[in-house]
Design a protein around this ligand. Structure first.
Ligand SMILES: Nc1ncnc2c1ncn2[C@@H]1O[C@H](COP(=O)(O)OP(=O)(O)OP(=O)(O)O)[C@@H](O)[C@H]1O
Ligand SMILES: [Mg+2]
Length: 393
């Protein structure tokens, strides 16, 4: 993969070249737009990292020129922190995405790989389209599918927003009503009389309303999370963080759940894990999801979790002795609403958005998540997160 890095700052060119080469990319650099275009005319590149603010010919102008030569080339803009308006303009002009300065290497890697993959797919579709009429129909169908998918996501997201407000009222009023009822007819008054039994029944009904609404609220949150992540509108809060703290916190939240189910809960987290740059809330969401799955799909035995550094990665594993997942579903479970095909055997416990969200979050951190499992023999989920150079010291 040959990458063209265009930036007037020599330091940025140097750092990006080093890092990209370490990851196996070929790198050519240009200090300004004119030089970039000159290089571009003679060499085939797979992607361009383009600084937005450069003296002389700026990023936007350079982008326009580059795309005249090759309308399909994936271009990723490197923008000053907070310069969203110009970045958006660049995207309208066909840039694939933008990363903010100081450029974060893991984010660049993920964006670059995605951009190149997308460009390759588009090229493939074009070739297919040329080869026969049938392929043209296929291409059209693909386009239609993509539009439908987009429309569905927008719909889901707007409907979910609308549902959130009334649901909050339902939960609130059910809670208040239950509390008022208990105050009016305290349990100490006895529940043996006919009226007492009715009061108890109403109390229980109100609790059920609140609980089910909470579940629904959880589902709505998941849909909003997922659609926002897919649309790239999630605000990520990157900060240096201690992964062991995130894991231990999530584990602490869940230890009661495991205890209640009679499951043993074993921690094997190495004490001196390196600091990691990431979004604390989102990573904790991943851990909680994996713990909640382990709890939901394990009837007896134990759940073990471990975290350790392996070279430049932190490897986290969560193993359970639960019902396991057949090999044919290993990829499927990371797809949205995957457990729908599972409903023949039993009523699904969740909605099937947990793992897709985990995969998106881990992917944004430049890492990956996978499963090893056999039906009936438990499952192990592995999350691998890269540690940034600067963070290791
Ligand atoms: N530890 C596990 N053991 C066995 N099966 C699992 C495990 N984790 C996930 N699965 C399977 O993968 C499916 C998808 O998991 P996912 O977390 O995405 O959805 P969910 O837990 O059903 O719903 P939710 O959106 O509430 O998390 C589950 O329905 C289940 O069939
Ligand atoms: Mg789940």
């Amino acid at each position: 993969m040959n990458i063209l890095v265009v930036d007037d700052d020599e330091m940025v060119r140097y750092v990006l070249t080093e890092k990209l080469q370490e990851s196996g990319f070929l790198v050519t650099t240009a200090p300004d737009g004119l030089k970039a275009i000159e290089l571009f005319e003679n060499t085939p590149f797979d992607a361009v990292l383009l600084d937005l603010k450069m003296p002389g010919m700026d990023g936007i102008e350079t982008l326009k020129e580059l795309r005249k030569h090759d309308p399909d080339i994936p271009v990723i803009m490197v923008t000053a922190f907070g310069d969203i308006t110009t970045a958006v303009e660049a995207i309208k002009l066909g840039a694939y995405d933008f990363v903010e300065k100081p450029p974060q290497i893991s984010r660049i890697m993920v964006t670059l790989r995605r951009a190149i993959e997308k460009a390759a797919l588009e090229r493939e579709i074009k070739v297919l389209g040329k080869s026969s009429e049938e392929s043209a129909a296929l291409k059209q169908a693909y386009q239609k599918l993509k539009e439908l998918d987009q429309a569905k996501s927008t719909f889901l997201s707007s409907v979910s927003h609308e549902l959130r407000t009334p649901l909050t009222s339902i939960i609130g009023y059910a809670d208040i009503s239950r509390k008022k009822l208990t105050k009016l007819f305290p349990e100490s008054d006895g529940r043996d009389s006919k009226n007492g039994k009715i009061v108890q029944q109403v109390e229980e009904n109100l609790s059920t309303i609140a609980q089910e609404s909470e579940k629904l609220a959880g589902l709505i949150e998941s849909i909003l999370d997922l659609t926002a992540m897919e649309a790239g509108t999630v605000e990520w809060r990157w900060e240096p963080l201690s992964l062991s703290e995130v894991i231990e916190n999530a584990a602490a939240t869940f230890s009661a759940v495991f205890k209640e189910k009679g499951l043993e809960f074993i921690s094997e987290v190495e004490g001196d894990l390196p600091l990691l740059k990431g979004d604390r809330y989102r990573l904790s969401q991943v851990m909680k999801q994996l713990f909640s799955n382990a709890a939901a799909f394990t009837e007896k035995g134990r759940v073990t979790f471990s975290a350790k550094q392996v070279n430049t990665d932190v490897v986290i594993r969560i193993s359970d002795t639960g019902r396991g997942i057949s090999a044919s579903r290993h990829e499927l479970i990371f797809e949205k609403f995957s457990q729908i095909g599972d409903t023949l055997t039993e009523k699904p416990k969740g909605v099937g958005l947990g793992l897709p969200i985990c995969r998106l979050i881990v992917g944004y951190h430049g890492g990956k998540i996978d499963v090893e499992s056999e039906q009936g023999l438990g499952s192990t989920f592995t999350v691998i997160l890269p540690v940034e150079e600067a963070m290791k010291a």
